[in-house]
Design a protein around this ligand. Structure first.
Ligand code: GTP
Ligand code: SPV
Ligand code: MN
Length: 584
């Protein structure tokens, strides 16, 4: 009789035959194992101990300076049919991709230890959770996966019980950008990643598994894997509504998920609970509502901009037991980044003396912290709930300096899917390439959808069926700028004012004005007590520019047509309905 781990054992041996490691280590996730790995990384300089008094048990990792962000141009989805990956993905034929990757992996772990990391995405006992195994030659990856996932013995036991798992093979290789590829085989539930040690390229449970492979699986199994935060909002009556929000990378998910209510709200008894800050898996429950879990166990969050003013919960979360990657350090060895608002950097993210006169940032703009979600003061006990939390509202949003108002509501599900599909945002430092360039980033999934966007939008539309109790859909823009180039909306804690309006809309208790693009609040529909807004801000945040939107809808129409006949007719019809209402 074979064991249910035979397939895993056999794969581990196959990989070892190909990569030729000096040793194989099966990770159990224990504290002892972690302490040994950390000691080894401290000894070889992979981790640098930070100030033990101010930041107990915290570490700095400096990645290779050419390896600091996701690499979308080197990321591939390898379905047997090119069209199944869609124009939104780079594609290679699976056999070619395997040959290319296996040539890179050939002998790549000589002299290194190969780590086998069994992990579970989601609460270990949840029916919504899925397991995977990452094989890597990077102890930094092991230490990060331990924080970001439920890693080790319990995950291995679940894999043995279920007999299935996602295979992820990773090697840092030589960290050569010319020999770097992040490759997915959704039909084989397999990932191969070579040549990067950084975040989303290397922690395979995160973007590779929980978004690209999971979105593909979710389509055939009737659920959704999304680039969304999940938060709970408790009103003064003690009722909690859960909201899921999709913003592109470095556009505010971590900050919104950890929001601290403005003073007046706190006095009235409002509370915000964090479930997740980056990924959301959801599926319809028996009552027809969508139930969501956070598949992750930690945060891999953007450091720059995190301060006692913008995100005190994050700052408290990362006060100890945290791995910082590519931040600067102060004279007394504390981590530092732009926007921290105290201390002075003396050494930059590359490890050089920091030279103020150059005007370059001391921390890398995509520097990050890795920390357990359990350290977050607002972490919700519901985040461990095997059934997930019911979602009342879905929010889409991006960085839009012009045109897009602070908030609007989609009139129904089909309109909501178009609002998500039409999302645009300015690019950020989370991926290599130019920053600040407007692009379409549907549902914040442009870099992460494991299949053709046309089919993905069709999948979203399919949730609207008899018996469904779907969330209301909204769009927000915290990043509208004035003529002086400054943000018009205070953002951060004050974003609760917008979320409160959404909840009241869900409950049928708040007003709105119908426009062709959706329902907009009047200023008076929002609680703006204590917020000072200029006349320009009021006009732009709550106004609706018909000419601008006519152009935007022409561009949305072009975008939909790029997908050819696979694009659902319902989305074309919706785009045309609104374009018509705009008088196009
Ligand atoms: P990923 O982890 O890359 O998926 O990003 P994220 O969506 O979690 O982004 P995050 O919350 O880390 O925010 C990125 C940057 O946006 C930080 O520098 C924040 O300070 C800034 N930011 C977040 N929320 C707001 C806001 O409401 N207003 C403004 N002006 N900036 C914000
Ligand atoms: C993102 O880029 O959206 C992230 C960071 O959340 S990474 O895990 O590197 O993809
Ligand atoms: Mn992300």
């Amino acid at each position: 009789m074979g064991s249910r781990l035979d397939a895993l054992n056999q794969w581990v041996l196959e990989v070892a035959r190909l990569t030729r490691p000096a040793a194989i280590h099966w990770c159990d996730g224990s504290d002892t194992e972690n302490a040994q790995l950390v000691a080894q990384m401290e000894a070889d300089g992979t981790l640098i101990r930070l100030n033990e008094e101010t930041h107990p048990n915290s570490w700095l990792h400096r990645s290779h300076p050419d390896d600091v962000a996701r690499v979308e141009h080197l990321t591939f989805v390898c379905t047997s049919e090119r069209e199944d990956a869609g124009p939104n993905n780079h594609w290679m034929a699976p056999a070619d991709a395997h040959a290319k990757m296996d040539a890179l992996f050939d002998g790549c772990m000589r002299g290194r230890t190969m780590y086998v990391i069994p992990y579970c995405m989601g609460p270990i006992d949840s029916p919504l959770s899925r397991c995977g195994v990452e094989i890597t030659d990077s102890p930094y990856v092991v230490a990060n996966m331990r924080v970001m996932t439920r890693m080790g013995a319990a995950a291995l036991a679940r894999i043995e019980r279920e007999g299935s798992f996602i295979k992820g093979l990773h090697s840092i290789g030589e960290l050569d950008p010319n020999r770097r590829f992040i490759v997915h085989f959704p039909e084989e539930l397999t990932i191969k990643s070579f040549g990067s040690g950084y975040g989303g390229n290397a922690l395979l449970g995160k973007k590779c598994h929980a978004l690209r492979i999971a979105s593909h699986q979710a389509r055939s199994e009737g659920w959704l894997a999304e680039h969304m935060l999940i938060l709970g909002i408790e009103n003064p009556q003690g009722e909690t509504h859960y909201i899921a929000a999709a913003f592109p990378s470095a556009c505010g998910k971590t900050n919104l998920a950890m929001l601290i209510p403005p003073e007046g709200y706190r006095e009235d008894g409002w509370k915000v609970w964090t479930i997740g800050d980056d990924i959301c898996w959801m599926r319809p429950g028996p009552d027809g509502r969508l139930y969501a879990i956070n598949p992750e166990a930690g945060f891999f969050g953007v450091a720059p901009g995190t301060s006692i003013n913008s995100n005190p919960n994050a700052l408290e979360t990362i006060a100890h037991d945290t791995i910082f990657t590519n931040v600067a350090v102060t004279a007394d060895n504390q981590p530092w980044w732009e926007g921290l608002n105290h201390g002075q950097p003396v050494i930059d993210w590359r490890g050089n003396d920091y030279d103020f006169s150059k005007g370059t940032p001391a921390a890398h703009p995509n520097s990050r912290f890795t920390v357990s979600a359990r350290q977050c003061p607002s972490y919700s006990h519901k985040a461990e709930d095997a059934q997930g939390v019911p979602i009342s509202a879905i929010v889409f949003g991006g960085r839009r300096a012009s045109l897009v108002p602070l908030v609007f509501e989609a009139r129904d599900w089909t309109h909501g899917v178009l609002v998500g599909a039409a999302m645009g945002s300015e690019t950020t430092a989370a991926a290599t390439g130019a920053v600040g360039v407007m692009r379409r980033d549907p549902m914040a999934m442009k870099p992460f959808c494991g299949y053709n966007f046309a089919d993905y939008f069709g999948h979203w539309l399919s949730f609207d069926k008899p018996g469904a109790q779907l969330p209301k859909v909204f769009h927000v823009n915290w990043f509208r700028k004035g003529d002086d180039g400054k943000f018009l909306w205070p953002g951060f804690g004050d974003n609760l004012r917008v979320l409160e309006w959404m909840i009241k809309r869900v409950e049928g208790k708040a007003g709105a004005v119908e426009t062709p693009i959706g329902n907009l609040p009047k200023e008076a529909d929002l609680n703006l007590d204590g917020v000072r807004l200029s006349d320009e801000a009021r006009a732009k945040l709550f106004g609706f520019d018909a000419d601008g939107w006519r152009n935007e809808f022409a561009s949305i129409g072009e975008f939909l047509r790029e997908y050819g006949p696979r694009m659902p007719e319902a989305l074309h019809a919706e785009q045309q309905r609104i374009a018509g209402a705009l008088g196009a």
